[in-house]
Design a protein around this ligand. Structure first.
Ligand code: SF4
Length: 88
């Protein structure tokens, strides 16, 4: 669920939404559709700590990066063995 920045307030600890301190986005977030601007700063409307989402690799909610499809097409082992037997 997206964070509703209409209730955001700037406090001395930072921008706060529903009691949660929101941290600004990082460079890798630029171009993502989840970026929300508030009071001249950019935030993620999904995660309060965008930097943490990128710490272990690509953010899994980023809308601006292409993800590789891992793995090959599935091969039916029965059909594969028949193909080998026929010499195809
Ligand atoms: S969803 Fe991920 S990439 Fe997009 S703004 Fe949030 S933390 Fe950044």
């Amino acid at each position: 669920m997206a964070v509703d920045f209409s209730n955001a307030v700037r406090t001395d600890k930072g921008v706060q939404v529903a009691g949660i301190i929101m941290q600004e986005i990082i460079d890798k977030c630029e171009g993502c559709n989840r970026i929300q601007e508030f009071d001249g700063s950019k935030f993620c409307n999904t995660y309060p700590q965008p930097a943490a989402k990128w710490r272990l690799g690509d953010c899994n909610f980023a809308t601006h990066i292409a993800r590789e499809v891992k793995g090959k097409a599935k091969i039916n082992p029965l059909k594969a063995s028949k193909r080998v037997a026929k010499g195809k």
